[in-house]
Design a protein around this ligand. Sequence first.
Ligand code: CDP
Length: 268
Amino acid sequence: MSLDIRPDSLLVSFYAKRTPGGIRRICFKNLFLKQCRSSGVKIFMQIAIDGPAGAGKSSVAKEVARKLGLKCLDTGAMYRAITLQALSEGIDLNDDQLLGELARRCQLEIKIDDQMDTLIYLGGEDVTEKIRDPEINQHVSIVARSPALRKELVFLQRKIAGENNGIIMEGRDIGSNVLVDADYKIFLDASPEERARRRWLEIKEKGRAVNFENILKEIANRDRLDRSRKEAPLKIAPGAEIIDTTACNLAEVVEKVLIIVQGMDCRD
Ligand code: CDP
């Protein structure tokens, strides 16, 4: 194996890992990523970001991905897509087998654009906006309990990770289940009130009428379902770094993540 790295400019240690897909991947530790980027060396790393609704996972993951030149996948969008399809077909949301079968046949397509947004297509139709509807928020955590459905989506998520040499994946079970060998695991949290306030602001900025108490209730309900389900519940993965974002803005959280990943303050 040869690596295009000048030994005098970088301190590199690396090891090979076997991923769930059986692919050997080179993992870097103690690597000064900033120097690597400026030397044109490609960084292959997997970062898992988990946490409850409104903790800031998507915004943080996208920004960190842009800074590190990695792809970023929002796995929640995939559960939302199946929920949309299940609702439109009138499928019983408690039927594990039917949901698994739906995931296999529903022609779910996932694209990651240049902005690191996860775009979702169902049967060729772009449903990226539709999957954010309040109706989906209300039902997605019920659908996401289904082990048969999770099996299908986790398979796809690992496939996407395998196809991209380096990815940031965010969701609920990434560090604990989907990418257990991720190089870095981060758990973002914030108080329920702060998480609801962020969602309330987001929706208000889109010009929609919204009641704060209802959002708080919906978030609490989703937290309860996501944490208590049998299959891959929301939990802190062993070895994960916990960041409480309650009092932080986006830039501060991104900086904390970069410090964890890069081991040093790497602000541009
Ligand atoms: O954006 P928000 O935090 O509101 O939620 P999301 O990331 O879009 O995820 C929506 C729902 O999908 C979650 O509440 C979970 O029920 C489910 N989900 C999951 O079970 N596992 C994942 N890896 C990602 C999401």
